[in-house]
Design a protein around this ligand. Structure first.
Ligand code: BMP
Length: 260
């Protein structure tokens, strides 16, 4: 099963170039931590990444919450991503017809397709959404994480929806980096990445339906390859110290997992 295969080996099995790169970064930096930088100013985001960037493999953004988004921010976050060796996932959660998504991906204020290594996408509208993104990458290696499950309480995703999402992804091996999901049985392909949000050490949820699990639970029981941590690090007194705590906890679990 995919959870017992090393990240080095899985890099060789990946068919999407972003997945391959991510597996390689994880193995090299020995970190399967993704930081979710849900902050509303460019200065705060860049300052945080300067401190935690070396401890993460992936930085997840929500650019539409930034008050002062500008093209210089894009240049700077790209420079940080090169220097500290992480990839960027814009958590846009596209969910419209293919034509609209293609416009949203390439245009507007954010021009996400120009700078994000990968994006999140809902399977809800059907495969046109993947066709649109496939045709919008202009030969540059880009990736998609498909939402197969969510961490929030009472979400409407059913087992059938999850299964159909995984089947849809199988038709786009060059485009799909992996799944945002919560369970190890959700998919089997060891070349794809399980990205799992809803991870925190301090609490079991927030007041708006988020559900948290510990690093141990998500890596060892739920099959996560990369764990997404937002407020657990961002809201900590020392985000850098806390990033190291999560990084070490997650990596220890991964090592235990592959040693069988
Ligand atoms: P936090 O660790 O602060 O709860 O942040 C979790 C992040 O992961 C948020 O940016 C949220 O949008 C995202 N997320 C999630 O929490 N659950 C999902 O199922 C999918 C997500 O993308």
């Amino acid at each position: 099963d995919r959870a017992s295969i090393s990240f080095e080996k899985r890099a060789e099995l990946a068919t999407n170039q972003v997945a391959k790169q991510l597996f390689e970064i994880i193995a090299l930096k020995k970190t399967n931590l993704c930081i979710s930088v849900d902050l509303t100013s460019t200065a705060k985001i860049l300052d945080l990444l300067e401190k935690v960037g070396e401890h993460v493999c992936l930085v997840k953004t929500h650019v539409d919450i930034i008050e002062d988004f500008n093209s210089d921010f894009v240049i700077q976050i790209k420079q940080l991503s090169k220097r500290l060796n992480f990839l960027i996932l814009e958590d846009r959660k596209y969910a419209d017809i293919g034509n609209t998504v293609s416009l949203q991906y390439l245009n507007g204020l954010y021009k996400i397709g120009e700078w994000a290594d990968c994006v999140t996408v809902h399977s809800l509208p059907g495969e046109g959404i993947l066709k649109a993104l496939n045709g919008s990458t202009n030969g540059v290696s880009r990736g998609v994480f498909l939402l197969a499950e969510m961490s929030s309480e009472g979400n409407l995703i059913t087992p059938d929806y999850t299964k159909a999402t995984v089947e849809m992804a199988a038709k786009y091996p060059d485009l799909i980096t992996g799944f945002v999901c919560q369970n190890k049985d959700t998919f089997k392909d060891p070349g794809l990445i399980q990205l799992t949000p809803g991870v925190q050490l301090e609490t079991s949820g927030d007041s708006l339906g988020q559900i948290y699990n510990t690093p141990e639970k998500v890596i060892l029981d739920k099959g996560a390859d990369i764990a997404v941590v937002g407020r657990g690090i961002v809201a900590a007194k020392s985000p850098e110290t806390q990033a190291v705590v999560y990084k070490n906890a997650l990596w220890k679990c991964y090592q235990k997992r592959i040693s069988g």
